[in-house]
Design a binder for this molecule. Sequence first.
Ligand SMILES: [Zn+2]
Length: 393
Amino acid sequence: MIIKNVKIFQEDHAFHAGVIYLQDGMIEHIQPESELDGAEPIPQEGEQVIDGRGCYAIPGMIDLHFHGCMGSDVCDATEEALHTIAKYEASIGVTAISPATMTLSGDELVHVLENAASYKKKMAGAADAAYEAELVGINMEGPFISKAKKGAQDERNIIPCDVELFYRFQRAADGLVKFIGIAPEEPGAIPFVDAVKDEVSVSLAHTNSDYEHAMEAFSHGANHAVHLYNAMPPFTHRAPGVVGAVADNPHVMAEMICDGVHIHPSVVRATFAMLGKERMILISDSMRAAGMPDGRYTLGGLDVDVKGNRAILVSDGALAGSVTTLPDCMRTVVQKMGLPLETAVAAATENPARSLGIYDQQGSLTAGKKANVVLLDEDLKLVAVVKDGVQIA
Ligand SMILES: [Zn+2]
């Protein structure tokens, strides 16, 4: 396949006019427009050519924290739910996913993870694999979190850190668990970090931690923060909390829900400036109502009312995930929050790929990487999605 007349987002974090050549599901070559000297690229016989007509070409996006969409949730623990989620995400340009589990009981989580592992096995080499986002990981948002900052997580299932249980999860998932969320102030949290940090990224999630406890966890090897600002103490001048500790640890990457509901635009801008754009990961944190009409849904077994772009727990009014998508968050930070497009694209592609440890295979438009390309027009509306070298939208 040839994708011509596009502005290509490249590893220098700038757009360059050129042509993308795809072969056997991989990026074969990127040709700068200057090399063409006004000539048209010549397709081989039968080769598909997409004329991008000046569109932006960006890598397939990667959402490493969301729960579901289109009425399905990863915690439904069915193969159909994962097909529904992965098809929808691919159709909107999210070509790799690491969905998040809620705080369920240990046995329920094992079941969810076994289902994810068996789906992954089934999709490897499947004829229609290009039409579904690739399952590259699972982000466990609990059960080792804090009741004080439970947010929309079911308090009855919150338990202390348990190394053995974590390894039971990882075996059930066949190694798919990429992030395990913990509250570092809870008993046993620091020995837990020591025990699992080489197996999984330890993230601070749903925590009431102060600055000191968060610093300790990061110094022991925790390296990720789940939806920064949400479900943690605020960042204030005498009590900088988890946010301050993230800022002080250059090896830590931070998720942010930039749907315009969860975090004020000024705080989004300030945080990109404070942490540096290399450490920021846009996530949707969407629940099953994303892509669906307003109404009553469930998240982690709790009832949630969805109206417009807000999802609220029926029991106490807490925000319960989002109903946005990753491409919408990317558009929001550019069009409503004033961040540069290049910064937003990297935070939805390269940075999550690095955080997941898959940047050698995807997350940039580079020869030798997977042929996952998304075309956006000047208004950042979706024009086309190519996954594994196949045009799927
Ligand atoms: Zn979540």
